[in-house]
Design a protein around this ligand. Structure first.
Ligand SMILES: Nc1nc2c(ncn2[C@@H]2O[C@H](COP(=O)(O)OP(=O)(O)OP(=O)(O)O)[C@@H](O)[C@H]2O)c(=O)[nH]1
Ligand SMILES: [Mg+2]
Length: 718
């Protein structure tokens, strides 16, 4: 394998909605570049990119795959990202190491929900986008309406470079307004005829070209001058303008292909090698300390790990992009997060699972190493003393949760280790060891995502697991005031136990006033507050404890024991054993015994008094509620809405955004179980959603009764 210098490297990520043809396009790009000599097919399960067994089972991409092709003396590093929303982590992690996103659009569908979501991800990262209209050989292909939807979605910066001559089943020709030629393909490698544009297309070509030239000129003042001076731009000037426009996102050029039939792919590669910016032409990467690091081979070495995977027989594979300097086999680097030394004993470039050894990689290139000691995704390795740290890639919030357990009890520990490893490999898998729920909860992006996790655990880590219904972290609170006394008294042999407390409890809200006089039933309590303790609870909300003891009826030294007793009960709420929150407790009276009073007596008295008062204080169960955003095509809006209503959703708003309807609602977590699966089946996979924790709200009475009954019967069983 040749060593490519920085200016001969292009880094792209293939994105686009599910099944838009990314993996197929990657296959054709490798074929045209001579990296493979036969084109595989996704359905025949023999593509270079979808090489994992689970991808064969699913017939779609699950992981982002790193590939490369060589064309025109340049190397194009390609990351083929998965399109399904469950694997969106693969899209996000592929943005950092690449310079340009190549977005595929299925010309049968135009812009889809997946297109929107991914274009937003690219936009947030200021990623240049090349638009590639694919499936032009399909019977239902519609280039015109695809362009319309692109303009609707991406705005006026969409600039057509090519249009199809004969879309549909017989598709084989494209007109290109940069080169002003017609390209006719036969699907073979380099099987293209370059022809003059037929006169019947002259008007259309002129129109498209004018638009492109104007847009290219708009991005550069000197080009604009040339444009007016010479009444147009030369081919090279156009390329320069397009490159500038691309980098600043002032221009989204549109190309035409059939990835499946290898039509248009060689011309697309030519454009990529001629026009796409090299890594050195992109904005500098900034470190966590705000230092700009030039993508230059003469700098000291630094590289950023964007992906790790574990493969049978090989172990851990680390994928990185060289950010500066160069990396040679045998080099010693430092992990700047952990300060651990790492030796790069072997260097490879990869096309899927095929690895090719290389001696050296330079700034801007993408490569792979194995057998590192402890480095993982998001780590930076640098030359000793260079000490740069690149910022972590931040992933999306998880939106699917389930409980997990090892089928064999004695494999719990092994499962824990494997899950931690899986989080390193795929940071969108989040593992929570919930003491509260007594479950291991895994959070991910959707049911398919967790199916992938199961596959990995079974096949790579050899652990049989099962998924269980995840419990909901309910909370308990009160809605009114109540009073209770409790006397703890025990006489056994020698010294006894004695403690008595009188308390009033009430719902706590932020900023409430100190109590002076409290009326409860026909009794009045005059209170004077001597001390306030505010406890922020680890599970959310507060316990506020007011010392209103008069005349020393309880020694101050016993107060901490009373608080401790209350806290114990708050950890094990009286209704369902859930955590309690947002309560103010006033201890206003009690009794001591000169000999028998001790800490334990007051702890128990505090606990029982609290429990008794709680039950009379209009106790309520609260549940976590999430802010949910659903993006749905207009024709499925009704079905999605009525499904949401069945989930006790409170719709907060609706709006139309770029041809999609957006619903914003508050939905209880308990009702979001398997939502991704339901939404996908209602909309045929054309919708997407995200969710974020909002707050705790009271559950409806009938659900509270149900939960309490369930808790009682569980207690009896135990
Ligand atoms: N007719 C036609 N079929 C295509 C074309 N490109 C891809 N396909 C088919 O469409 C299906 C999906 O293609 P993939 O390449 O797996 O699409 P993808 O974008 O990688 O899909 P995900 O990985 O699931 O996001 C496969 O059956 C392909 O054979 C095309 O240009 N024309
Ligand atoms: Mg794919």
């Amino acid at each position: 394998m040749k060593i490519y210098s920085t200016d001969k490297i292009k880094n792209i990520v293939l994105i686009g909605s599910g099944k838009s043809g990314k993996t197929t396009l990657a296959e054709s790009m490798l074929f045209e570049g001579g990296v493979i000599d036969r084109r595989g097919d996704v359905l025949s399960k023999n593509t270079v990119s979808d090489y994992n067994e689970i991808e064969h089972q699913n017939e779609n991409s699950v992981f982002s795959t790193v590939l490369y092709t060589e064309y025109n003396g340049k190397k194009i590093n390609i990351i083929d990202a998965p399109g399904a929303d469950d694997y969106v982590g693969g899209v996000i992690s592929s943005m950092r190491p690449t310079d340009v996103a190549v977005m595929l659009i299925n010309s049968q569908n135009g812009v889809e929900v997946g297109t929107e979501i991914q274009s937003r991800i690219a936009e947030e990262r200021a990623k240049p986008i090349v638009l590639v209209v694919n499936h032009l050989d399909s019977e239902k292909s519609n280039f015109e309406s695809t362009i319309e939807s692109l303009k609707h979605s991406f705005g006026k910066n969409v600039a057509i470079v090519q249009f199809p001559v004969n879309e549909g089943a017989g598709f084989n020709s494209i007109i290109d307004v940069i080169t002003m030629k017609m390209y006719r393909y036969n699907g073979n490698k380099a099987g293209v005829e370059v022809l003059e544009i037929p006169t019947e297309f002259a008007d259309k070509t002129a129109e498209v070209k004018n638009e492109l030239v104007e847009k290219a000129a708009e991005n550069d003042e000197s080009l604009m001058e040339l444009f007016f001076e010479n009444d147009g731009l030369t081919e090279d000037e156009m390329r320069a303008g397009i490159r500038k426009g691309l980098i600043s996102r002032g221009l989204f050029p549109v190309f035409c292909v059939s990835a499946q039939k290898n039509i248009g792919v060689s011309r697309l590669l030519e454009f990529m090698t001629n026009v796409l910016p090299s890594p050195a032409e992109m904005p500098f990467q900034v470190t966590t300390e705000g230092k700009e690091i030039k993508c230059d081979v003469t700098e000291k070495t630094s590289l950023f790990i964007f992906k790790t995977s574990v493969e049978e027989h090989i172990g851990e594979i680390v994928y990185f992009r060289v950010r500066s300097g160069e990396i040679l086999e045998g080099m010693d680097l430092v992990n700047t997060h952990t300060q651990n030394k790492e030796r790069i004993s072997q260097l490879f470039v990869v096309a899927g699972k095929n690895r090719q050894k290389v001696e050296k990689l330079v700034a801007g290139d993408i490569g792979v190493t194995v057998k590192l000691k402890s480095s993982k995704t998001n780590d930076t390795l640098s030359s000793p003393g260079f000490d740069v740290v690149y910022p972590n890639v931040s992933f999306l919030e998880p939106k699917f949760r389930t409980a997990i357990k090892a089928v064999e009890e004695n494999e719990e520990e092994k499962l824990g280790e494997a899950l931690n490893k899986m989080h390193e490999i795929d940071p969108t898998i989040i593992v929570e060891y919930s003491k509260e729920l007594k479950q291991i909860i895994v959070h991910g992006q959707g049911e398919y995502h967790l199916r992938m996790l199961k596959w990995y655990l079974n096949n790579i880590y050899k652990i049989e697991i099962e998924y269980l219904e995840p419990k909901i972290p309910y909370r308990e609170t009160i809605t009114k005031r109540a009073q209770a006394d409790y006397r703890h008294k025990k006489q056994s042999g020698g010294s006894g136990q004695f403690g008595e407390v009188h308390i009033i409890i009430e719902p706590y809200t932020e900023g409430m006033e100190e109590p002076k006089m409290i009326k409860l039933g026909d009794k009045e309590y005059k209170l004077s507050v001597r001390g306030t303790e505010e406890h922020k609870l680890p599970w959310g909300g507060k316990l506020v404890f007011l010392n209103c003891i008069v005349g020393g009826s309880i020694d101050a030294r016993f107060l901490p024991a009373i608080v401790k007793g209350i806290m114990e009960k708050m950890e094990d709420g009286p209704l369902t054993g859930s955590y309690a929150r947002d309560i103010r407790v006033m201890v206003y009276d009690g009794k001591m015994h000169p000999v028998d009073s001790n800490e334990i007596s007051f702890r128990l008295a505090g606990r029982h008094a609290f429990s008794a008062a709680f039950k009379n204080a209009g106790p309520k169960i609260m549940e976590p509620v999430y802010d949910v955003e659903v993006y749905v095509p207009a024709d499925r809006m009704g079905d999605v809405m009525s499904d949401l209503q069945g989930r006790r959703a409170i719709v907060q708003g609706m709006s139309s955004e770029k041809g999609l309807e957006k619903i914003i609602a508050k939905v209880p977590l308990a009702e979001m179980n398997k939502y991704s699966t339901a939404l996908s089946s209602i909309t045929g996979g054309r919708a997407m959603y995200n969710m974020k924790y909002s707050d705790y709200q009271q559950v409806p009475m009938e659900i509270q009764t149900e939960l309490m009954k369930k808790f009682e019967s569980e207690q009896e069983e135990e």
